[in-house]
Design a protein around this ligand. Structure first.
Ligand SMILES: Cc1cc2nc3c(=O)[nH]c(=O)nc-3n(C[C@H](O)[C@H](O)[C@H](O)COP(=O)(O)O)c2cc1C
Length: 264
């Protein structure tokens, strides 16, 4: 099994250390291969807002020579770990810029069935906002039910003493890594949140015909066989009904707007 971890901070500081604590557990397991990507090492320019990934495809991105290697690593992984830190109660800009380069995956989600983990730190407050945002991103990529590990300075102080990490903290990290490993091993499908279900079905509706933002989206949804399903992995009846309702509402709205537009 492969796990790709994206280290989102510009320095090898608190977020990196916490992510490494978790990764060290997996490196002791012979059937796990770990790939690490440091955003700081990528020298990735800012997303320049050309929108070409949406309209013509991600391979036309001016930074594709950098992004395609990352994308391949993520696509070939069973598990994905995204880490980020808190700047002014939000995700740090370097990691946000990294994620912006994969915004097309909101339109054309490809990562169904992968498992996710999120690591976020702060000095005191805001790490939960960051974790929540990263979880939303993963959900839109198709990675459901990501596990969350957060830590702030106070917790960091509590978790170590002169002898190193406290036994309680070591146990916490051990449990977390064990849980992630067992989720990775079990091929059990994880159901999306209602929010992800609704957004997925909005994009599903928007992928259709002349109302699609781009032919690229239309081709993708049809080629993947996603148009006929309320969600690509198994979901319960309630979520399926919500998905279908959102799909038909957005579809009808798109038709209405399209017709009015043509009339005028
Ligand atoms: C520009 C900047 C803004 C920050 N904003 C916050 C903040 O809003 N809330 C907070 O608790 N910590 C804030 N911090 C502290 C960092 O989130 C904290 O030290 C974090 O663990 C650093 O992660 P790193 O060591 O992986 O770089 C900020 C730090 C910087 C450099």
């Amino acid at each position: 099994m492969k796990i790709t971890a994206v280290h989102g901070s510009m320095r090898k500081g608190n977020t990196y250390a916490l992510t490494k604590e978790i990764l060290n557990r997996f490196s002791k397991t012979s059937d796990v291969e770990i790939i690490e990507i440091c955003v700081a090492d990528l020298n990735l320019p800012f997303c320049c807002s050309c929108h070409i990934c949406f309209s013509k495809g991600e391979e036309n991105c001016p930074h594709y020579d950098i992004t395609h290697k990352v994308k391949d690593a993520l696509a070939n992984s069973d598990g994905v770990i995204l880490s980020g830190t808190t700047y002014m109660w939000a995700l740090n800009a370097a990691m946000k810029n990294f994620l912006d380069h994969f915004a097309y995956l909101f339109h054309r989600p490809e990562f169904f069935g992968k498992r996710g983990m999120i690591v976020a730190t702060s000095a005191g407050t805001g790490e939960k906002n960051v974790a929540k945002y990263l979880k939303t991103v993963m959900g839109q990529w198709g990675i459901n039910g990501a596990m969350i590990v957060t830590q702030n300075t106070k917790e960091r102080k509590l978790m170590s003493n002169n002898a190193g990490l406290t036994a309680k903290y070591v146990k916490k990290i051990d449990n977390m890594a064990e849980r992630f490993y067992s989720i990775l091993k079990s091929k059990q499908q994880i159901s999306p949140s209602l929010k992800n279900m609704a957004v997925h079905n909005s994009f599903r509706a928007m992928s259709l015909g002349e109302f699609a933002e781009s032919k690229r989206d239309t081709q993708f949804w049809s080629r993947e066989g996603f148009v006929d399903k309320s969600y690509p992995v198994k979901v319960g009846l309630f979520k399926s009904i919500i998905g279908t309702l959102v799909f038909s509402s957005v579809n009808n709205l798109a038709k209405f707007i399209g017709k009015s537009y043509i009339k005028n």
